[in-house]
Design a protein around this ligand. Structure first.
Ligand code: FAD
Length: 288
């Protein structure tokens, strides 16, 4: 088994303390040589400026290939395309194009009166500029708004046909979930790369809550394992073991790329990458 190609997701900092945490995370993970890193766009479009600043800083200071997340929420088409243009002007040529989540408690996505109505319209408009490699979201466990599991696959096909280069999945707990989804995508004629999204679980309660909100199915044995591990004070050990096994299973099934949701906490992601054989290339300074 060869070592996987890796990429990392970060979120933009909202405080000085969070800003130091992000810098430390990027500093620790950059030596693992990710193919790209991505920076999220807060639900409800709340981190527009912060996302932009973080994307440009990471691109400039670390020379990493950064994909900026961009959503349709709470912005006109002109405003959204202006943000994209400002990325192109800063030399950022990858975007993760999403419909986006509405602000918490708002009860569902409502398009801005002059905005994009869905992710497909956004992807089409961004593709038309010819300036970006576009990545999109995909859902191995059905998205809460999908009318059926196949509806997600059909929608993904439309997003790829609209100009997307590849898809990154929502996180999931079992390799079979990803393989079933990959098979359904292949049967629907999707040939674009589908990169599994992996969450190294730093805090089970938080991840569990997020899984419930975004429709990720939680196997009962995972719940039980965390209950015991938390009681015994070995949550991190379980996370490294479970996540490394998931990644190994995926790679055995032919997966070559893994996208880690770092949650701006570098240690677990780094340890899992090391366990998978992804290590910092030795430099002259390391051996001198
Ligand atoms: P879409 O693919 O547009 O929709 C998801 C599913 O809903 C479709 O597969 C389809 O089944 C159904 N659906 C949606 N619209 C229609 C329609 N018009 N007609 C029929 N069916 C429809 N959210 C943020 O706010 N900021 C982020 O930075 C962010 N990053 C993410 C990164 C990744 C890799 C992923 C997987 C998700 C991310 N999200 C983010 C969450 C995402 O915005 C939500 O899941 C959102 O509800 C859907 O956005 P999408 O573009 O993936 O969905």
């Amino acid at each position: 088994m060869t070592t996987p190609r890796i990429s990392f997701e970060f979120f933009p900092p909202k405080s000085l303390d969070a800003s130091f945490k992000l810098s430390e995370t990027v500093r620790m993970l950059a030596p693992l040589d990710p193919g790209f890193v991505s920076v999220t766009y807060g639900a409800g479009g709340t981190t527009r400026k912060l996302t932009h600043e973080a994307v440009v800083a990471i691109h400039k200071n670390y020379g990493l290939n950064v994909a900026a997340h961009l959503t349709c929420v709470d912005a006109s088409r002109a405003e959204t395309l202006e943000i994209a243009e400002s990325y192109a002007a800063a030399g950022v040529t990858e975007l993760v194009a999403l419909r986006g989540d509405p602000p918490k408690g708002s009860g569902g996505f409502v398009p801005h009166p002059q905005g994009f109505n869905n992710s497909i319209e956004l992807i089409e408009a961004l593709a038309e500029t010819g300036k970006f490699k576009l990545r999109v979201g995909a859902y191995p466990d059905p998205h809460p708004e999908a009318v059926s599991a196949n509806a997600d696959v059909e929608y993904l096909k439309r997003k790829i046909d609209a100009g997307a280069h590849s898809a990154i999945t929502q996180f999931f707990f079992g390799a079979e979930t990803f393989f079933r989804f990959r098979d359904r995508c292949a049967a629907a004629g999707i040939t674009a790369p589908i990169i599994p999204g992996i969450v190294p679980i730093d805090n089970w309660k938080g991840v569990r809550k997020f899984a419930v909100a975004c429709g990720t199915v939680i196997p009962p044995e995972v719940d039980a394992a965390y209950e015991t591990a938390i009681r015994d004070g070995r949550e991190a050990d379980l996370s490294i073991a479970m996540c490394t096994e998931l990644c190994s299973d995926l790679m055995e099934g032919g997966v070559e790329d893994l996208h880690f949701y770092t949650l701006n906490k570098p240690n677990l992601t780094r340890d899992i990458c090391h366990a998978l054989g992804v290590t910092q290339a030795a430099t002259l300074e390391n051996v001198a």
